[in-house]
Design a protein around this ligand. Structure first.
Ligand code: HEM
Length: 344
């Protein structure tokens, strides 16, 4: 992170999002092989990995200021994008501590946390915030502790309570999701909120994932990459606003495919929270047009092969049907057929 932000971006019509060369090279390209199917692709969330976006607990990039502004607009239009059930209050404070500690440690030029017992001072330089508050006393913050912190971070967050051998989505702030709804999923169990996903249940992925997560330890976070595609650089592809963005799927032509069709990658990380024993699920969304992906030779060939051979059940679930042919045709002209080494 070089400390400079694109402060004038728009994630809604008229769209205006730029990606620097550095942003393209830190994109977490999700395909280590020429084909893709769901798997238990979970690894330790440690400060290492092939691209810099994986190297921090919570990644901050050049879109930080614009994304936080877009999040504030969405919350103003629909305050129920942030919902936390009352029994998650301790998890809210766990989240505040994890986020403030991590951001001030990883980006000392941007954020600072000064603690004097339970009297804390939080400084967020890019958003020009200085806040004195008493840790554990919600009355000393301008809004609930989870909402206060999640507004100052890129991406979505959900809080999972662990009880009865299951995980329950009992809170969250969700404004940049790939077509699912916190309002709908709130209070659901791990199996219930994953019910729409094809194939993975039969493959045993969710049973294994749940068993694994129930044993997640504090201080040993894990991560995985998930992906889909989005027309235009739109963060808020929510079911609530489907009427605004759904029709864009029919707007892709051979002339505009390079700029309009975006690979949408989610860097998902999971943290055990220390006091509440809840699990924080963080979803950091990266959008890159296929025209920018095509600038990296290995990525354009690999994306072509993955999309060309994608299982029809995944094509339907991810909603790619209407523009996949144009996208594959565009990428096929750029794929020289060379054998690609494993990894990105
Ligand atoms: C999809 C939440 C952990 C695999 C989803 C969806 C949600 C979600 C809301 C969208 C479902 C829909 O269509 O409505 C979560 C939460 C997690 C979690 C809150 C942790 C607490 C995991 C883990 C795995 C996993 C550990 C696998 C190892 C998947 C897959 C999809 C999915 C494969 C389909 C994604 C796609 O094709 O775009 N998850 N998930 N999830 N999840 Fe999870």
């Amino acid at each position: 992170m070089d400390g400079r932000f694109n402060t004038d971006e728009s994630y809604r019509f008229p769209y205006a999002v730029r990606n620097s060369d550095a942003a393209i090279l830190r994109f977490p390209f999700p395909f280590p092989e020429d084909s893709y199917m769901y798997s238990m692709n979970v690894e330790p969330h440690v400060p290492a990995g092939p691209v810099a976006s994986l190297h921090h607990a919570f990644d901050i990039d050049e879109h930080y200021v614009s994304e936080c502004r877009e999040k504030a607009r969405i919350l103003a239009e629909d305050p129920e994008r942030c919902l936390v059930l009352p029994h998650m209050r301790q998890a809210e404070w766990d989240f505040v501590e994890l986020a403030m500690d991590s951001l001030s440690r990883d980006y000392p030029d941007l954020f600072a946390l000064d603690r004097d017992g339970d009297r804390w001072r939080w400084t967020n330089r890019p958003l020009e915030i200085t806040q004195d508050f008493v840790f554990g006393n919600a009355g000393t913050l301008p809004c609930g502790p989870f909402e206060y912190m999640a507004r100052q971070m890129q991406g979505d967050f959900t809080l999972q309570d662990q009880r009865d051998g299951d995980l329950w989505m009992d809170g969250g702030m969700v404004t940049s999701q790939a077509d699912w709804s916190l309002k709908f999923d709130l209070g659901m169990s791990f199996g219930q909120w994953h019910a729409p996903v094809p194939k993975a249940p039969q493959m045993g992925i969710f049973d294994r994932a749940l068993r694994f997560l129930l044993m997640l330890r504090h201080g040993h976070p894990v991560r995985r990459l998930n992906w889909t595609m989005t027309i235009n650089p739109r963060l808020d592809t929510s079911p609530e606003n489907f009427t605004i963005w759904g029709g864009d799927r029919g707007s892709v032509t051979a002339d505009n495919v390079a700029d309009k069709v975006h690979l949408r990658v989610e860097l998902q990380s999971l943290f055990r929270l220390p006091r509440s024993n809840a699990i924080l699920f963080s979803v950091r969304c990266y959008l890159l047009p296929v025209g920018a992906i095509a600038r990296v030779p290995k990525w354009r060939s690999r994306l072509h092969r993955v999309l060309r051979d994608l299982d029809p059940a995944l094509v339907a679930y991810k909603g790619l049907d209407r523009y996949l042919p144009q996208t594959v045709a565009f990428l096929s002209r750029l794929d020289d057929g060379a054998v690609l080494s494993p990894g990105i």
